[in-house]
Design a protein around this ligand. Structure first.
Ligand SMILES: Nc1ncnc2c1ncn2[C@@H]1O[C@H](COP(=O)(O)OP(=O)(O)O)[C@@H](O)[C@H]1O
Ligand SMILES: [Mg+2]
Length: 376
């Protein structure tokens, strides 16, 4: 979250850190699941923890929730060290993929349970449970048992059971992964709306890049128990730092390159056995650039003979044309490399067809240098 300006005082309000992981390391036997992780989450932020299966997402969440102990490091919540505190003393709520509801209890009783455990008076419990049920569309189902609910409704109960005691941080581990697409989209919207209404800090684990891109303020991209990159969705898509990040989010054309050098704040390199000259913006990790990324929608196709200069420009043969609705995808054979190019579909017939020889070209600003691996 960015620092917000207070309209009446004109002072810049600094964001406060709700959660800080400091050098948190976790092993299972000889296997290192988390490598000394540092992560700050701002109060009110919606952070998505994204990564492939086995990258350590659930381990991060379980460390924050207190469902497991780190080997070393500290977990600070609202400025206090909670590393050794049990879950119910951390002020966090957790929602899992498998709803973990009590099957023999009604919706009302399930949601009331955490309040009873915290010793909240009975009359207050009724009020709070009814309020939260109204808020998330369960008012008509309060007396039903979990087995009488749809998957989407069960997940709403799990969410309500967490919202009802107003935790300062809500942790969600792939909460919608078991639902069908329509229900998933609906609950994604509802969770975003809840986040806007309540302003609670949310840490949301998912392996679904689309979910992370559309829901989060920032994405923490995990790979092999380390943070690969932490950035806003827009930045992560437009300026990934590593080959892994570029490939994990969105479609990509990645050129391994050599002879990288910098001149006048521009990076230059050669790729495709010297046939392609690349130029792109300078990056901080200039010493370790090993590839360049060009997103498919940043590439333009021209007829052979249009003079495009030789930089960021390559000749190839159209191998396939795929109509995908709003865009049309062209696959261009560059000998040893298939370039993908997305163009906005138009009502007229596409300009190029299979077998045409074309020139593919792009702007330097859209040619993004990458490093190959993880920073240690
Ligand atoms: N209790 C455990 N015992 C042994 N290995 C585990 C245990 N929990 C997780 N792991 C391993 O740690 C790695 C990270 O797991 P996890 O955090 O669950 O990944 P993710 O949620 O990203 O899929 C995986 O390789 C997993 O097999
Ligand atoms: Mg997991």
């Amino acid at each position: 979250m960015v620092a917000a300006m207070n309209a009446s005082t004109g002072k810049v309000k600094q964001p406060t850190v709700a959660l800080s992981l400091q050098q948190v390391r976790k092993t299972y036997g000889a296997f290192v699941a988390l490598h000394a992780l540092d992560l700050d989450v701002q109060a009110g932020e919606f952070l998505a923890v994204l990564g492939p299966s086995g990258s350590g997402k659930s381990t991060v969440l379980s460390m924050i929730a207190g469902l497991g102990q780190p080997d070393s490091g500290h977990i600070m919540i609202d400025g206090s060290d909670t590393t050794t505190l049990p879950t119910h003393k951390r002020g966090v709520g957790v929602v899992f993929q498998n709803y973990a509801l009590f099957p023999h209890m009604s919706v009302f009783q399930n949601i009331a349970f955490p309040l009873e455990r915290r010793g909240v008076p009975k009359t207050d419990i009724r009020q709070k449970v009814e309020d939260v049920c109204h808020r998330i569309g369960l008012a008509h189902a309060m007396m039903r048992r979990p087995e009488e609910l749809s998957g989407g409704q069960r997940q709403r109960v799990a969410l309500a059971r967490c919202l009802v005691y107003a935790p300062s941080i809500i942790l969600m581990d792939e909460p919608l992964a078991a639902l069908d697409k329509r229900m998933r989209n609906q609950l994604q919207n509802e969770i975003r709306q809840l986040h806007r209404d309540l302003g609670t800090t949310i840490i949301y684990v998912t392996h679904d890049q689309h979910e992370a891109l559309t829901m989060a303020d920032r994405i923490c991209l995990m790979n092999n128990g380390k943070i690969e990159q932490l950035a806003t969705p827009g930045h992560l898509y437009a300026a990934p730092e590593t080959v892994f990040a570029a490939e994990f989010l969105g479609d990509s054309n990645i050129f391994e390159c050599r002879e990288v050098y910098e001149e006048d704040n521009i990076l230059q390199a050669k790729a495709l056995n010297g046939r392609l000259e690349l130029q792109g913006p300078l990056r901080t990790f200039v010493e370790s650039v090993e590839a360049f990324l060009v997103r498919p929608e940043k590439i333009t196709l021209s007829a052979l003979g249009d003079d495009r200069g030789s930089v960021n420009s390559v000749r190839g043969c159209v191998r396939d044309v795929i109509f995908c609705g709003p865009i049309t995808r062209f696959v261009i054979d560059l000998e040893m490399y298939d370039l993908i190019v997305d163009q906005v579909s138009s009502a007229e017939e596409t300009r190029f067809s299979v077998g045409d020889v074309v020139v593919a070209h792009w702007k330097s600003a859209d040619c993004i240098a990458l490093t190959s691996g993880q920073k240690q």
